[in-house]
Design a protein around this ligand. Structure first.
Ligand SMILES: Cc1cc2nc3c(=O)[nH]c(=O)nc-3n(C[C@H](O)[C@H](O)[C@H](O)COP(=O)(O)OP(=O)(O)OC[C@H]3O[C@@H](n4cnc5c(N)ncnc54)[C@H](O)[C@@H]3O)c2cc1C
Length: 440
């Protein structure tokens, strides 16, 4: 038996080497593999029948759609959520599980990209989101391994260290918690010897980690307790007629006073005007089989181009990033299939940063997901062009988890009042930093 297992391992190893050598940039798998999160979260069944009319139809069963649906149902609004595949089948069930306050990238970059005021508004909104997580998860008994151990960003050179220290000074000056840890202090937070390159880390306390699929399922379950309908249906089109909205789906059509579209990477399929601005971009991860407890905080690093790892409560070590190695194959795709060149690079991250772990590493799962990316890496929330009554949200650019509950709450308020909430104005389409996605 053990011998067979060893043989099987060797065959898989040889096969992977062959795949990497022969077709470096081709898809690694012909089917779309599920993620660690999806494999460890029982799937919630969706109804196949649609109600004929609701107050609000929410399209998309990711974090944003389920959060919006939750707040609407909790406020007593008649709401149906329409999801094409399954809850958390998109990016929300395929991500790194980091719930990090602020914008995508560093605080300094965000200030440059979006302006100081917008960067601060994002800090405020994502902090409010953390407060909501702390309230809603116990209130609704949502068990999704949410915790706030803080986040480390490892510096691999003196140049990176200088950049992090500047960012820390900026964060502190604006009233946010962040501190520099030298190599010895960083080592105290990681229970395996650091690789030689690591000179220290930026630490931000009270940043969250979560089991993203369980969060989505939990919010959806809570929404059904408040009376929401959760339906499996692909939305084909939304049309407006005499101030009413008709949602055409593969399961028939639905009449709604307001619609919230939360399909992120797929936004351009339902709102063609958005296709030049919001593009699907492939992001990939792998999971190593459980190891003893080594990492409590989430860990980020610029080893290739913004990699990240978290150890889950069952000891699995999840690693993501390296997408820059397949810039052409990863942009504008609709199916989240892992690519060999990126998976090969991901396998080098942990051995490079923590060489002592190398003999224990066994890849247990590989997967990919689609991010909805925009030029300024800042989410869009607005009324859909030409479709009054349809609010849409997307373009998180790989950083949507810290927005979910609060943006969902504001979208629910907007759909109830029919007017985009003032707190959502920093995310509108007409901001100067939003440009068509650069095509190479
Ligand atoms: C590999 C990876 C790692 C990431 N890591 C992190 C991280 O650690 N932290 C972080 O903050 N962010 C991360 N992100 C980004 C984060 O996952 C997203 O920003 C967030 O999940 C977006 O949620 P959403 O609900 O807007 O979209 P999604 O979760 O993508 O949901 C959209 C849903 O719409 C459905 N849909 C699409 N079209 C239709 C249709 N026509 N009809 C009906 N349903 C439809 C899809 O099936 C899907 O379920 C990562 C993303 C990826 C891919």
């Amino acid at each position: 038996m053990a011998h067979d297992k060893e043989r099987e391992k060797l065959m898989v190893h040889l096969l992977l080497n062959h795949v990497f050598a022969c077709s470096e940039r081709t898809a690694l798998m012909s089917t779309v593999p599920s993620s660690y999160w999806q494999r460890t979260a029982p799937a919630l069944a969706l109804a196949s029948h649609l109600p004929s009319a609701v107050d609000v139809a929410v399209i998309g069963g990711g974090l944003l759609g389920t959060a919006t649906c939750y707040w609407l149902a909790r406020a007593g609004v008649r709401v149906a959520l329409l999801e094409r595949e399954g809850l958390a089948s998109g990016a929300s069930g395929r991500n790194g599980g980091f719930v990090r306050i602020g914008s995508a990238g560093s605080y300094l970059e965000a200030k440059e990209r979006l302006g100081a005021e917008t960067a601060r508004q994002v800090m405020t909104l994502t902090t409010e989101n953390r407060t909501l997580l702390r309230q809603v998860l116990p209130e609704e008994a949502i068990a999704c391994a949410y915790r706030e151990p803080g986040s480390l960003r490892l510096a691999l050179s003196e140049e990176q260290a200088v950049r992090f220290r500047r960012e820390i000074a900026e964060l502190q000056a604006d009233g946010y918690d962040a501190l520099w840890l030298d190599r010895a202090q960083t080592q105290e937070l990681i229970q395996t010897p650091l690789g030689e390159e690591i000179v220290g880390a930026r630490f931000r306390p009270a940043q969250g980690l979560v089991h993203s699929a369980l969060l989505v399922q939990g919010l959806a379950q809570a929404a059904t307790r408040y009376g929401a309908s959760l339906c499996q249906a692909e939305v084909l089109q939304v049309t407006s007629e005499k101030e009413e909205l008709y949602v055409q789906t593969t399961q028939g059509s639905l009449h709604a006073h307001q619609v919230v579209m939360a399909v992120n990477a797929w936004t351009g399929q339902l709102i063609p005007e958005m296709a030049p601005f919001l593009v699907p971009v492939l992001e990939q991860m792998l999971a190593y089989a459980p190891l003893p407890p080594l990492f409590t905080a989430g860990v980020g690093v610029d080893a290739v181009d913004g990699e990240y790892l978290q150890q889950t409560l069952d000891g699995s070590l999840l690693v993501g990033g390296c997408g820059i190695l397949a810039p052409d194959e990863g942009v504008g795709v609709w199916e989240p299939r892992p690519l060999a060149v990126v998976q090969g690079a991901l396998e080098q991250i942990v051995p490079r940063l923590f060489p002592a772990l190398t003999p224990q590493l066994r890849v247990a799962a590989r997967w990919a997901g689609l991010m909805g990316c925009v030029s300024d890496a800042h989410p869009i929330v607005d009324v859909a062009p030409g479709l009054p009554g349809v609010f849409f949200v997307g373009g998180f650019s790989g950083h949507g988890m810290p927005f979910g509950l609060r943006l969902g709450q504001l979208l629910a308020e907007s759909a109830t009042s029919g007017v985009l909430a003032a707190e959502l104005w920093p995310f509108r389409l007409d901001r100067p930093s939003l440009l068509p996605w650069p095509r190479s």
